[in-house]
Write a new protein. Structure first.
Length: 385
């Protein structure tokens, strides 16, 4: 059951083009139907050539010749079928598709398999002629995840922008014809606030886009200690306004490779969040240290904390633990998503430890550059250190 009727090089090329471009299985059928005959000479060499071609494809292919009782499946299809729970379900789906296309000539279905995690497979079948059938199996789990993320992203973005846009429209309508000076000033101030909220959403979206699609061409050696000093200095005023202390302690040897603007953005987001979600009288502390080949930076607050059920989702776009408080503080729900993308882009990791009513600690780990002699190191401005 491991042999197959021979297809010439033209048909093998058609199969490869079909699978790589993910066109309809009807195109594959046409390519095969254009073959004028089945060559049975040099079967082993021909079969080996076909197998080599099919095994290069990223999609599982099963071809059945009922007349000759031959069935071929490439390496991907073989890996998808076997004795495991998921494999058995995929194998059943292939067999069911073979039966279905006997009466319908073609078919397509999405197979959802739940085994610890949910996976999705696209199974397509097409009758080639009265005796031969082809079935393709594609693992579309990642594509489904991306499609879901895109749908959620658009829905969340629409919702986030609709709120301030609606508020501006309502406030402007109330302002129209208003003659009392105090009321006019109050309404105008609200309009400015909502406009700034929309501006922050757009700015965060641009930052996220730059992080996701940016490259490493302009990366330089960065003194992370100076970055942290800049971040803490910039946020001192916000901390004082909130009635908080803001401290910075740590190691002086903090050389990393990366994008300085992104690193400033990442740690500014963490410090800004810590300030926003802390109560007056507390302290936000930023600490840095080296641990082997890594640099550890922790941002700790003693604020409202994060419930355990929310801790795994706080790095998702637009996810906010306390929506009412986030809107009151001007949060867009994109800050921690930006942080996660930046730290991953720089080859690091981030985790959070938090307890409701006690506070939170975010820990960033980044690869540490080897220590260099002072005579050969340039700082971020290009001046010799």
């Amino acid at each position: 059951m491991d042999l197959v009727f021979f297809l010439s090089g033209a048909v093998v090329t058609g199969i490869i083009a079909f699978l790589i471009s993910k066109r309809s299985s009807k195109n594959l059928s046409h390519a095969i139907q254009n073959e004028t005959g089945v060559n049975t000479s040099n079967t082993e060499d021909q079969l080996e050539s076909l197998m080599d071609a099919l095994d290069l494809l990223p999609i599982g292919v099963v071809i059945v010749d009922a007349k000759l009782d031959r069935r071929l499946q490439n390496g991907v299809a073989t890996a998808m079928t076997g004795v495991r729970y998921v494999d058995i379900l995929v194998d059943q789906a292939v067999d069911e598709m073979l039966e279905e296309v006997k009466t319908t000539n073609s078919g397509e279905r999405i197979l959802e398999v739940v085994a610890g995690t949910t996976r999705f497979f696209k199974v397509c079948g097409q009758v080639i002629d009265n005796q031969r059938t082809v079935v393709t199996v594609e693992d579309i789990t990642e594509k489904s995840r991306i499609d879901t993320m895109q749908t959620d992203f658009v829905a969340n973005l629409s919702h986030e922008l609709k709120t301030p846009i609606g508020a501006v429209a309502a406030l402007a309508d109330s302002l129209n014809g208003e003659t009392e000076t105090e009321v006019v000033w109050r309404l105008a101030e609200r309009i400015v606030t909502e406009s700034h909220r929309m501006s922050r959403i757009v700015d965060d979206l641009l930052d996220l886009s730059r992080v996701e699609f940016g490259g490493t061409e302009e990366w330089t050696d960065i003194d992370l200690g100076r970055v942290l000093v800049e971040v803490v200095s910039t946020n001192q005023h916000a901390a004082k306004r909130q009635g908080l202390g803001l401290s910075l302690t740590g190691s002086a040897e903090l050389s990393v490779r990366g994008d300085r603007a992104q690193l400033v953005s990442m740690f500014s987001n963490l410090v800004d969040n810590a300030i926003k979600y802390s109560e007056a009288g507390g302290v936000v502390s930023v600490e840095s240290a080296t641990q082997g080949d890594e640099i550890l930076v922790t941002v700790t607050d003693h604020g409202i904390g994060i419930a355990e059920r929310d801790q795994k989702r706080i790095f998702e776009r637009f996810y906010r633990v306390d929506k009412a408080r986030s809107r009151a503080t001007g949060g867009t729900g994109l800050g921690l998503s930006i942080v996660r993308h930046i730290v991953l882009e720089h080859g690091g990791s981030i985790d959070v430890r938090s307890e409701e009513g006690i506070g939170s600690t975010f820990t960033v780990r980044m690869p540490r550059l080897p220590k260099q002699s002072k005579g050969s190191v340039l700082d971020q401005t290009g001046v010799m250190a």
